[in-house]
Design a binder for this molecule. Structure first.
Ligand code: FDA
Length: 310
């Protein structure tokens, strides 16, 4: 996890329209272009090809049609429609049925009832799928739980949430979700959050992650431990072994293009590993969050731009 200052620089750059236009022009142009390391492609066809390659080597996948913070009901409706097409395409392709989505993509910042109704449409169509609601920045935490818990109370069970260890509230959310029987993905948290709501040091976030991971493994419902941090992963392996929690009762999750060596090493040891596969034209904010997590990625992008220019 990068320190808070650098994280906020990348979050600021992610909102820069000129940078976005430039990056969007060059980032996915060729198979070697820089954004392709983290993004499977711009089309559903490219995403399905990536998902097939992932499944062929013993990993599982979840597809994320990229998009967030849409500003109108029409855009939210279009994103929902696109998710319905993705569901069709995944079903037709015969690959694993697992999706990840963001509520601001379905209209949460326009009106929470749009997001809830749009998500309901997705869930009604997503027969045999599992749909994970990604967790966004802290102004959306309560709204996200509200939408999730409303749909849960209506009987939807093929939907789950994400909890972020960096937030001070998360111990309590873990307890609530465990009581509800909800499926949780645990992450450290990708957003720059103020001190009032979030731990600022890596040590505190890591400590919270281990604590919450243990609660989810003991009392949760098929939790997903989503991290590339070998110390967190080792802690999960040790904890499950010492508590006789078998590898079919949880899964590890990692992002497309990050620590492929570790993904395969875990599969070889008999663990379940799911890869989060983002695709679509709106890849810039996601891409900037990945740069913000690791400055070495900036050098990788610069090298790739220079080699394209040569
Ligand atoms: P940490 O940041 O400490 O990194 C540990 C090691 O992992 C690094 O030393 C490096 O080797 C490697 N690594 C991490 N990030 C890298 C990168 N970008 N490039 C190259 N190497 C990298 N967040 C959120 O707020 N809401 C969400 O819904 C989700 N969803 C989600 C799904 C899945 C499947 C994953 C894996 C992650 C998320 N995240 C997320 C992101 C998460 O919150 C977090 O920002 C990243 O996973 C990075 O944190 P790590 O746990 O990997 O640890």
């Amino acid at each position: 996890m990068l320190d808070a200052a650098a994280k906020s620089v990348f979050h600021m750059l992610a909102r820069n329209a000129r940078l976005k236009t430039m990056a969007s022009k060059y980032g996915m142009r060729k198979p070697t272009s820089f954004a392709r390391r983290f993004i499977a492609g711009e089309t559903i066809g490219e995403a399905i090809a990536a998902a097939r390659a992932i499944e062929a080597i013993g990993l599982m996948q979840t597809l994320d049609y990229l998009g967030e913070s849409v500003a109108s009901a029409d855009e939210a409706a279009a994103a929902t429609q696109e998710y319905l097409r993705v569901i069709d395409a995944v079903t037709g392709a015969g690959i694993g049925r697992n999706l990840s989505l963001k509520l601001t993509q379905l209209g949460m910042s326009v009106d929470r009832s749009y997001a809830r109704d749009n998500l309901r449409r997705v869930l009604d169509t997503a027969d045999g799928f599992f749909v994970r609601i990604d967790m966004e920045s802290s102004p959306y935490t309560d709204l996200t739980f509200e939408v999730f818990e409303t749909l849960w109370s209506e009987g939807y069970r093929h939907v789950g949430v994400v909890l972020q260890s960096e937030l001070r509230r998360t111990d309590e959310d873990v307890r609530r979700m465990n009581e509800l029987g909800a499926r949780v993905r645990l992450v450290k948290g990708a957003y720059k959050e103020p001190e009032s709501v979030a731990y600022q040091s890596k040590a505190e976030v890591d400590e919270a992650f281990v604590r919450q991971m243990q609660l989810l493994l003991l009392h949760g419902h098929y939790p997903a431990i989503a991290t590339h941090d070998t110390r967190m992963i080792d802690a999960a392996c040790r904890f499950t072994a010492s508590h006789a929690i078998t590898p079919d009762r949880f899964e590890f999750q990692m992002l497309y293009g990050i620590r492929r060596d570790l993904q395969m090493a875990l599969v070889k040891q008999g663990y379940r590993v799911r890869i989060y596969v983002p695709f679509g034209r709106e890849w810039f904010p996601y891409f900037m969050r990945r740069l913000g997590e690791r400055p070495a990625n900036v050098a990788f992008v610069l090298r790739s731009i220079l080699s394209e220019a040569a």
